[in-house]
Design a binder for this molecule. Structure first.
Ligand code: C2O
Ligand code: CU
Ligand code: CU
Length: 496
């Protein structure tokens, strides 16, 4: 198939979500075009007077995702997405963020424990033309976090167009482990984002009530801004740190030859011990840190398997399945014929986690996730305020929860809807006590900032609030399906 043909099938898909399944994500050899894998530029800032200072510019840009077709985008110091920022635990950082977009935005530090005023949520708007300069100490352990727009009701569209980037944190403990850690060489960051395009190459964001309800699902997946790239691996032992930067799509990641990999970390940092897996589910906003053995020199494809959506989605699941939201498709190709031997390795023991006793929690907070069905589905609803937490949709003037600094809370997250929701809490890295009626397995034992709760499922998580308090400025907690967040499934949390 030639490119024209892809675009025609893309065009058919834009005619309505119902035909999406028929066009699936790639039923042809998407790697034929041999697009090169792109490593986001690394930006370690500049040490100025004891601070690590970064300068970011939110800007408009243009990309050529398809040869010969221009896509209008936005990015950070780049036409699309932003540099990978890097800092070390203990650093004091300052980020000067200039907004040159032509409209308001925000930049939120996803996964960081930081003062509420620096969080970059809906309350810290960066007006068009203005510069915002948050400053905070790096308290988090070594991990891959990220940053993205968080403007009220506009997060979905701004992230879709490109306002997101990675943030890698180091610490002494992780640096002493001899893990693959040379950025872009044997430590490869990956941002997965599915997108839809119009015939002229422009992004097609939400255009139907179904897309507002289920979140937008694209029929192309950008891997660091490139469709189906090929990576020439340099080392036989390679680490991939993968962010699901999609607005709504879940992935069940694995390799085309079913080779196993080692999971070494989750959202908030390294696990205690590596876990050998063949597949792993990644909900929107979540990250995984994996190490893959490429010493056989064979080509292999990183793909998403069928089964990314939970099995008990009922009618909704069937519908989403039929729409092609839960199918098998390719993401990127890895060629390792020239990969060199590696001195790095994955030790039996990674880091020690503190022991958190649920008995030490000050109480249980109930969080009920709900969505209004019908209106949006049938058409006619405005698509906003169809999503609720504890019966309410997001209101900047209402505080929904007050927690005390230096305490643990247990959050009981109940999903009373027919879709899975990835709940994210700002300013914390929590641990899972129980998920969908069972104990977390080893791969779920790490620090998380986003937990996916199955339809009608329940999660119990143990949530620490540390370091900072503020009697006025709240943090957010919300579903990280961005259309749900924008549609009201978000609440405000004060830590006092
Ligand atoms: Cu990644 Cu409140 O967001
Ligand atoms: Cu966040
Ligand atoms: Cu949701």
């Amino acid at each position: 198939m030639k490119r024209r043909n892809f675009l025609i099938s893309g065009a058919v898909a834009t005619a309505g979500v119902a035909v999406f399944g028929a066009n699936s994500l790639y039923s042809y050899d998407i790697f034929k075009q041999k697009r090169k894998f792109a490593v986001p530029p690394l930006y370690e800032g500049k040490k100025i007077g004891g601070k690590r200072v970064f300068n970011l510019n939110l800007q408009k840009g243009e990309m050529e995702f398809f040869k010969g077709l221009k896509t209008q985008t936005i990015g950070i110091n780049a036409p699309f997405l932003g540099p990978t920022l890097r800092a070390k635990k203990g650093d004091m950082i300052q980020v000067n963020i200039k907004n040159s977009l032509g409209y308001d935005s925000t930049i939120h530090w996803h996964g960081f424990e930081l003062p509420a005023k620096m969080d970059g949520g809906p309350h810290q708007i960066i007006k068009n033309g203005a510069t915002w300069s948050p400053e905070f100490a790096i308290k988090n352990r070594a991990s891959m976090l990220w940053y993205h727009s968080h403007l009220l009701h506009q997060t979905g569209v701004q992230v879709y167009k490109g306002l997101a980037g990675l943030f890698i944190l180091d610490d002494d403990e992780s640096q002493n482990l001899n893990l693959p850690s040379e950025y872009g060489v044997d430590d490869i960051p990956i941002v997965l984002q599915d997108r839809n395009f119009n015939n002229d190459g422009s992004f097609r964001y939400v255009s139907s009530q179904q897309e507002k309800m289920m979140g937008i699902h694209g029929n192309y997946v950008l891997v660091n801004g490139v469709i189906a790239p090929t990576l020439e691996a340099k080392k036989k032992l390679t680490r991939f740190r993968i962010l699901n930067g999609s607005n709504a799509r879940y992935y069940l990641l694995g390799f085309s030859d079913n080779r196993k990999f080692q999971l070494i970390g989750s959202d908030g940092g390294l696990l205690e011990k590596p876990v050998t897996l063949g597949q792993i589910k990644l909900a929107p906003a979540q990250r995984i840190d994996i190490v893959v053995d490429l010493s056989d020199g064979k080509d292999v494809v990183l793909k998403s398997y069928k089964g990314a959506l939970s099995q008990n989605m009922g009618m909704m699941g069937m519908m989403m399945g039929n729409m092609g939201f839960d199918i098998e498709f390719d993401l990127m190709k890895i060629q390792s014929k020239d990969a060199k031997n590696s001195n790095a390795k994955v030790p039996q023991n990674l880091i020690k986690h503190p022991v958190w006793n649920p008995k030490d929690a000050v109480g249980v907070r109930n969080i009920v996730l709900q969505m209004r069905m019908g209106i949006g589905m049938m058409g006619g609803g405005n698509g906003e305020d169809n999503f609720f937490i504890n019966g309410k949709s997001m209101d900047m003037h209402r505080i929904d929860a007050i927690a005390k600094k230096d305490t643990f809370e247990i959050w009981k997250v109940v999903n009373k809807s027919p879709m899975a929701h990835p709940l994210h809490i700002h300013n914390t890295q929590f641990k899972t006590l129980a998920i969908n009626g069972r104990k977390p397995d080893a791969s779920e034992s790490g620090f998380m900032d986003t937990i996916s709760v199955d339809p009608m499922g329940i999660a119990y998580i143990m949530v620490p609030f540390r370091y900072y308090s503020d009697n006025k400025v709240p943090y957010m907690f919300h579903c990280h399906i961005l259309e749900h967040e924008d549609g009201g499934m978000m609440g405000q949390l004060l830590v006092t």
